[in-house]
Ligand binder design. Structure first.
Ligand SMILES: Nc1ncnc2c1ncn2[C@@H]1O[C@H](COP(=O)(O)OP(=O)(O)OP(=O)(O)O)[C@@H](O)[C@H]1O
Ligand SMILES: [Mg+2]
Length: 452
């Protein structure tokens, strides 16, 4: 069993209990809310794969539930259950935002069948549905683009961590969005009105790091002509972002540790420490646990930094987000310039979908920028999409391609099944041409029985 997480929104307690039983017996994890207003906080902070909602509830009805889902986690499908025969017209007003609906009374198997269908579409990363909700962004995180399950799960984690005071360690590959995550945590915290100060630990020379971080008193060393505050003090009342924290020298690590233990900063040359009220957010693309084992990073410092941990998933783990992000970057470029490039053609989309993205979101942003500059209106074509050859990543390429093929093959097979093997409908849902789909089926060796 997959233990997918279902949010059940229903005001009638007996009804809720019996639906819960059916879902749990089928292996789903169930969260409950009595109306839209109870559902909202759960949508913000929990990973939810499917929402089942009643239509009419005193505490915020189904339409409000749908509104919250679209705003907070637009990739999550919604299944509406209702006792009202006028359901068809009510559903009409939802304008296609609903995955399915069930008319009460219904049987357990009927419920599970509808749930299974909606979850399969979600697993398949129903790209058409994600693209439909492109405009939707969580109002509290307007800069965060992506609706894949792993990305939505990370956003829920950020909402839980942000209001806490503990230090956060962000792991993630280059270009995956670590700094954006750090800024988001700050923006959602009680410190949002304070400063967000960035320290690039890799860029500060060893002999300057102490005075950069902690400041110095007048005359502390040759050239210290005036007392100067460090970045810690500048971040007082706010957050200090220690980027590339793995690059700190052992001496700098020791000083940072002392500062975190004392919750105070000692300017170079100062007799007494000054209290510092700073939340530390650190990031690294290296695995600090491994570095600690190899004695290259202090374990005691690691414990201090990693009170809360966030992993930013690399783009190749959430291929559903590629098209969403590409369209987002394109829209932004179009708004900044007056070039009327309005979208990507089928070849371009296919090329983006097949790339392994070693440089993650930043690489995607660059690729779209280059393509935007080179393309002839109105569309970006396949030839406009070019990738920098990833020399270092070449060794992994075979492995990556096969991982992507596996993903793609599962995805295509799922969607084909959903449409009973119908090539035309499947191609339409995938947003690709029939012939492209047929080529894919051949290349990925999907069984003919799945694709009559
Ligand atoms: N989910 C996202 N939605 C929109 N933009 C994003 C997203 N993730 C990353 N970006 C953008 O991609 C670029 C790279 O992100 P960022 O600088 O946060 O990555 P990073 O992990 O800190 O990279 P590095 O390891 O190279 O320092 C930035 O311009 C950022 O705004
Ligand atoms: Mg960065």
């Amino acid at each position: 069993m997959t233990h997918e997480r279902v949010l059940l929104v229903e005001d009638d307690e007996d009804m809720r209990a019996s639906l819960r039983q059916v879902l749990e017996d089928a292996g789903h994890k169930v969260l409950e809310a009595a109306g839209a207003s109870d559902a909202e906080p759960l949508l913000l902070t929990e990973v939810i794969d499917l929402v089942i909602t009643d239509l009419r509830m005193p505490n915020g009805g189904g339409e409000d539930v749908l509104k919250h889902v679209k705003a907070i986690t637009p990739g999550t499908p919604v299944l509406v259950v209702t006792a009202y025969p006028s359901v068809e017209s009510a559903i009409e007003s939802f304008r296609g935002g609903v995955a399915d609906y069930l008319l009460k009374p219904f049987s357990g198997p009927q419920l599970l069948e509808a749930v299974g269908r909606a979850l399969a579409a979600r697993r398949a990363g129903d790209r058409a549905a994600l693209l439909r909700h492109l405009g939707a962004r969580a109002p509290d995180m307007p800069h965060m683009i992506g609706a894949s399950r792993s990305f939505a799960a990370m956003l829920a984690t950020l909402r839980r961590f942000a209001p806490l005071e503990g230090a956060v360690l962000i792991h993630g590959e280059t270009g995956s969005g670590k700094e954006l995550v750090a800024r988001t945590i700050h923006a959602l915290s009680r410190r949002a009105t304070g400063q967000f100060v960035v320290v690039n630990c890799a860029a500060i020379p060893e002999n300057l790091i102490e005075s950069e971080l902690f400041g110095h008193e007048k005359g502390a060393f040759t050239g210290a002509i005036a007392a100067t505050q460090g970045l810690f003090e500048a971040a007082n009342g706010g957050s200090l972002f220690l980027d590339e924290v793995a690059e700190l020298s052992p001496a700098a690590q020791a000083k940072l540790l002392r500062c975190l233990e004392e919750r105070a900063v000692r300017r170079v040359g100062a007799l007494r420490p000054r209290p510092a009220d700073v939340r530390i957010i650190a990031a690294s693309h290296k695995d600090l646990g491994v570095l600690a084992q190899e004695d290259k990073f202090r374990e005691d410092l690691l414990y201090r930094l990693a009170v809360l941990e966030v992993r930013v998933p690399p783009l190749r783990e959430r291929p559903e987000d590629v098209a969403t992000l590409a369209v987002h970057f394109l829209d932004r470029l179009r708004a900044e310039t007056n070039r009327e490039i309005v979208g990507f053609d089928e070849d371009a989309i296919a090329k983006l979908a097949h790339h392994s993205w070693p440089g993650n979101v930043r690489e995607l942003q660059n690729v779209v920028q280059k393509a935007f500059a080179n393309a002839a209106p109105p569309l970006i074509g396949g030839l406009d999409i070019t990738f920098r050859s990833a020399g270092g990543a070449a060794a992994n390429r075979g492995e990556l391609t096969s991982a992507l093929d596996t993903f793609e093959s599962t995805h295509v097979t799922d969607v084909l099944k959903l449409h009973g093997g119908n090539i035309t409908h499947t191609a339409k849902e995938l947003g690709i041409h029939r012939t492209t789909l047929q080529r894919l089926i051949k290349r990925l060796g999907i069984a003919e029985s799945d694709a009559p």
